[in-house]
Design a protein around this ligand. Structure first.
Ligand SMILES: Cc1ncc(COP(=O)(O)O)c(C=O)c1O
Length: 397
């Protein structure tokens, strides 16, 4: 446990709760969670499950009905075909990613993690006994892993490569061609497994969605495709994720799950069938709302000398460069010398929670999640603009 820390996003939420309890009006733009209600038909399916008495243990990897709905989803949306033995459902994508790593990593095994990364990957890898190999991506490359950087990071010890598109925290979305360039590199490295974290699949503003197993069928036997209902369906609290991959890996993950958490909630499984089979028509409105919110954040950043972000193509985050504000002084005279201190300044004085980029392996940045209602977001953005205007000594850095 000494190797890992608590999730930094959860820590921000704790500070927000403490300030709120002290009577401040705090707006949390730190949480990776949509404010939209779970669609009615999905809720009804969960309620019907309770009324039908579907409240008992199920098969560890999910019911046959849920697996069939997951099969249909992969066939319909990703042109991917899986057998039931190649599918597992769990209590969120997070649990499945953790189980996959725990089931496969031995001491000395390396896992390639492009940065900026989702905060949990490195700690999960360490908990499972492996070594995260962080590959820094740059804003100049739209925060994407390049084939050259991937090639350079691969070693005989590489066990996994984690790819996450749309990306948390940058919102970067890999095109088919960009994904193909990466899978081409991986074709030449037989023993390497590929984790495709597709949890933000549906949260895209433009462009195609590329997932490695579909882009390069020759790799399918080495790809674990992870997805879930948390982000696209606004169902974070239902805790329902799923993964598809080679049967040997799914079997190992199932054994692990059988000895830890067992099946995901029977009620959530029934709701998931309704979600996956119900169509994604409702998402167009959500995406439009998110696009407006994204543009509100970008417009606010445009008013701040020293904060900059390119337009993200997906997810619900703006990843802003705050390095030009480092070295400036707060109204109380304290100098801001890191992204963490800038995020703390925003929280303490503007009462707006954002997450410092260092948590994602990208110092000098902050992640602004625009998943709160639009009016609240406008207020938060005004507060950020005001707080930044009060910093002294710009350009003194
Ligand atoms: C990139 C990424 N993967 C996985 C997850 C976990 O999602 P779930 O709620 O399904 O566990 C998150 C949640 O924030 C995420 O951002």
């Amino acid at each position: 446990m000494k190797l890992v820390g608590a999730s930094p996003t959860a820590e921000i939420s704790n500070k927000v709760r403490a300030l709120t309890a002290a009577g401040h009006s705090v707006i949390n733009l730190g949480e990776g969670e949509l404010d939209f209600a779970t669609p009615e038909a999905i809720c009804e399916a969960g309620i019907a499950a309770i009324r039908d008495g579907d409240t008992k243990y199920t098969a560890v990897a999910g019911t046959a009905e849920l697996k069939a709905a997951i099969q249909r989803k992969f066939a319909r949306e990703n042109s991917l075909s899986y057998e039931p033995s190649e599918i597992i459902a769990g209590a969120g994508a997070k649990q499945l990613i953790f189980n996959a790593l725990l089931a496969t990593l031995a001491s000395g095994d390396e896992v390639i993690v492009p940065a900026p990364y989702w905060v949990s990957y490195p700690d999960m890898i360490r908990l499972a006994g492996g070594e995260p190999v962080i590959v820094q991506c740059s804003a100049a490359e739209s925060w994407k892993l390049t084939p050259a950087a991937l090639s350079a990071a691969l070693t005989p010890q590489t066990k996994w490569v984690i790819l996450n598109s749309p990306n948390n925290p940058t919102g970067a979305v890999y095109s088919n061609a960009e994904m193909k360039a990466l899978t081409d590199v991986l074709l030449g490295h037989d023993g390497v497994l590929i984790m495709a974290d597709d949890i933000y699949e549906h949260v895209r503003f433009e462009g195609e969605f590329a997932t490695p197993a579909a882009i390069e069928p020759a790799l399918k036997a080495r790809v674990l495709t992870v997805n879930g209902l948390s982000k696209g369906y606004s169902m974070t609290g239902w805790r329902l994720g799923y993964a598809a991959g080679p049967a040997w890996l799914i079997e190992a993950m199932q054994v692990l799950q059988s000895q830890s958490t067992s099946n995901p909630s029977s009620i959530s499984q029934r709701a998931a069938i309704a979600a996956l089979d119900g169509g994604i028509g409702f998402m167009a409105d959500w995406i439009e709302t998110l696009r407006q919110r994204r543009d509100i954040v970008l417009a606010a950043l445009g008013k701040i000398d020293g904060l900059h972000a390119d337009t993200p193509e997906g997810a619900f985050y703006v990843f802003a460069d705050c390095s030009k504000l480092l070295g400036t002084a707060r109204p109380d005279g304290r100098v801001i010398s890191s992204d963490l201190e800038f995020a703390s300044y925003l929280l303490e004085t503007a009462h707006v929670g954002v997450v410092h980029g260092s948590a994602f392996g990208a110092p000098g940045h902050v992640r602004i999640a625009y998943a709160v209602d639009t009016e609240t977001l406008r207020t938060a953005c005004d507060r950020i603009v005001d707080a930044c205007a009060k910093l002294h000594g710009r350009n003194a850095a």
